[in-house]
Design a binder for this molecule. Structure first.
Ligand code: NAD
Length: 309
């Protein structure tokens, strides 16, 4: 497994990271035993970065992950969790300083750890950016000064939130999702700005939250019908070539030198083994090129959060 420096931090992350949202049953109902085995297998295979949030499965993912991490030496993994997002509705977001502090304490209790390596504000496009700059990020900074978290950052879908945040505040890293993969590579546009600012980049959802998997996107997926159709065509094309769509999605997404780690989620020990093996394999570049062309004339993004963000 290759490890990459995350921006200016002291962290070196495995190129493939483990996204724990499936432990909260967000894609399908899972077996807790399989979920725990998946985490153990990920660590055995050299994955050292794990991402979670209280939002995933309404705290279930953190609970299952906490069970999996019981007894695992703390220095074996880099752990990020998040604060601010707790449910799907606008009313379920709370970026106040008091809630961030209580949320972190609750997350640490569920995860069975004293501290987290990275605390992210979860999907800041659902907040007023004024509150993010005036209250939420200063709160994260104070937690960092107190040593309760090592590094701080923001996550979200619209790319403007990252450039706006980096212009206004000193953060360590960002977590972007669904913006660098076969269906959409628009994250590239802001990578030079982030690099110049020394901000580390984590990319999540290489399959576009399930769009480019054999199972397909879950019912809650925000992609437009035309993007869903193109994704189905892409999956069919992969299968015609005897290539698993997740394999080539992961290989394509990982292949950018300015991205430290690519987070892929699964609650299956077999799938985590496949993902690590695929990450080491050469990508079929001509197929990747053909797949990219299926999305060339489409709008491959969707609205998320307040329009002004
Ligand atoms: P993903 O692109 O990793 O897709 C997950 C889907 O791929 C699941 O359906 C899973 O079963 C399937 N899959 C994984 N490995 C497979 C394999 N080998 N074969 C077949 N199918 C396979 O999307 P994701 O889980 O949404 O993203 C990864 C992680 O990134 C999340 O778990 C989370 O930690 C993080 N994330 C964060 C944010 C945010 O902060 N806003 C948003 C999205 C994702």
């Amino acid at each position: 497994m290759e490890y990459r420096q995350l921006g200016k931090t002291s962290l070196k992350l495995s190129r493939v990271g483990y996204g724990a949202s499936p432990l909260g049953g967000v894609f399908r109902n899972i077996s807790e035993e399989d979920g725990i085995k998946t985490v153990h297998r990920a660590l055995e295979l050299g994955i050292n970065y794990i991402d979670v949030s209280p939002y995933y499965g309404a705290t279930l993912a953190e609970k299952v992950l906490g069970k999996a991490l019981r007894g695992v030496a703390r220095e074996k993994y880099v752990l990020s969790t998040k604060a601010g997002r707790y449910g799907p509705d606008f009313a379920d977001f709370d970026f106040s300083a008091d809630r961030i502090k209580s949320s972190l304490e609750e997350s640490c209790n569920r995860l069975g750890v004293d501290n987290v390596d990275i605390l992210f504000l979860h999907d800041v496009e659902f907040a007023s950016m004024q509150q993010i700059f005036d209250e939420a990020l200063p709160c994260l900074n104070a937690l960092k000064q107190d040593g309760i978290v090592k590094y701080i950052g923001v996550t979200g879908y619209p790319l403007k939130i990252f450039s706006d945040t980096v212009a206004a505040f000193d953060i360590d890293c960002v977590l972007s999702y669904c913006r660098y993969g076969l269906h959409d590579t628009s994250l590239q546009g802001i990578l030079p700005t982030l690099k110049k600012a020394g901000v580390g980049v984590i990319n999540a959802s290489p399959t576009g939250m399930g769009l480019l998997t054999k199972r397909g996107a879950p019912s809650w997926h925000p992609a437009s019908p035309s993007l869903q159709d193109a994704s189905k065509q892409a999956v069919a094309l992969c299968l015609e070539h005897g290539v698993d769509p997740t394999e080539i999605s992961l290989q394509f997404a990982m292949d950018h030198e300015d991205i430290s780690s690519t987070l892929v989620g699964t609650a299956s020990p077999v799938n985590i083994e496949k993902n690590v093996a695929w990450a080491k394999k050469q990508m079929n570049s001509s197929l990747a090129h053909e797949l990219r062309s299926l999305f060339a004339d489409l709008t491959c993004t969707w609205p998320s959060g307040y329009p002004e963000n």
